[in-house]
Write a protein that binds this ligand. Structure first.
Ligand code: CP
Length: 310
């Protein structure tokens, strides 16, 4: 048995509820170590990773692949549009097959909430499962990179005021972040349209109008309007109306505290959730979030593969 006191060892990485605060802090510190250039030297010579994205992605898919290559994993090419999924193969059978072929870790994004449950309950599937986003459920790797970005900026979460603003009800990022931020001691605030808010979120924080929230918080996390999850097809707001009523306009950004930062998981609907020029503004950490995504995902991959080699 190796000395792994400073490491997190996980079988799967599927939702933030399954992580203790201590594990999250260790993963953040390990992400920071990878960012400083620390390398991973596993004893097993060869690991195989597959990335299965049944929903579109730029950041999560490419940063997991970058993280895998930086760790020296063999990345299998898997294209959902040309696989046997198109012949009706179920997700379970696809992963059963990859596991039988010796794939060590599968990163999966899927529209179905908790798609991972039958996979991690299976006695036959041996591959480690990482959730790259399950419908409107959770986005735990985005949560880790967001926490890393906040920790890098402020050095703690205790009493930090963090706002989550926008299409909260459809956002898996929001659900992962509100739970973990609250657990780590941050004060969570919500803002945005009532139609995209649910009273159950009040267990984690306080609702506040956008003009108050911008002056109150240390971190303002703007969320993408998730048109693809508005199944009733109704457009509640024009882009301009949404921006003026709920968005981070330049005028609102001028009211933020000097030390406050702007975050957004991206992709950004420019001039909807926030003014286009704020994406790369001095107080924005949106590009840093993307960069940190690679290091956070290296820490996640290491945590699940370390379980494998012990
Ligand atoms: N933030 C995020 O999940 O981006 P992608 O959809 O591009 O992966």
């Amino acid at each position: 048995m190796k000395n792994v006191n400073d490491r997190v060892i996980l079988k799967h990485f599927v939702s933030v509820e399954r992580l203790s605060n201590q594990e999250v802090m260790k993963l953040i510190r390990r992400s920071e170590a990878f960012k400083r250039g620390v390398s991973w030297q596993p004893e097993k010579a060869q690991f195989f990773a597959a990335n299965l994205f049944f929903e579109n992605s730029t950041r999560t898919h490419t940063s997991f692949e970058t993280a895998e290559r930086k760790l020296g994993l063999e990345v299998l090419s898997f294209d959902t549009s040309s696989s046997s999924v198109q012949k009706g193969e179920t997700l379970y059978d696809t992963i059963l097959t990859l596991s039988a072929l010796g794939t060590d870790v599968c990163v999966i994004r899927h529209s179905e909430e908790s798609f991972y449950q039958p996979l991690i309950d299976s006695k036959t599937i041996k591959t480690h499962i990482i959730n790259g986003g399950d419908g409107s459920g959770q986005h735990p790797s985005q949560c880790l990179l967001d926490l890393m970005t906040i920790y890098e900026e402020f050095g703690n979460f205790d009493s930090l005021k963090v706002a989550i603003v926008g299409d909260i009800i459809h956002s898996r990022v929001a659900k992962s972040n509100m739970q973990m931020l609250r657990r780590l001691g941050a004060e969570v605030y919500f803002s945005g349209p009532e139609e995209w808010f649910s009273k159950e979120f009040l267990a984690y924080g306080t609702y506040m109008p956008i003009d108050e929230v911008v002056q109150t918080v240390d971190v303002i996390m703007m969320l993408r309007v998730q048109h693809e999850r508005h199944h009733d097809g109704k457009q509640l707001f024009s882009k301009e109306t949404y921006h003026q009523k709920y968005g981070l306009t330049k005028e609102r950004a001028n009211l933020m505290k000097e030390s406050a930062i702007i975050m957004h998981p991206a992709p950004v609907n420019r001039d909807v959730e926030l003014a286009s020029e704020l994406v790369e503004a001095k107080q924005s950490r949106i590009v840093t979030q993307m960069t940190n995504g690679v290091y956070a995902r290296m820490a996640i991959l290491e945590a699940v593969l370390t379980d494998f080699i012990l």
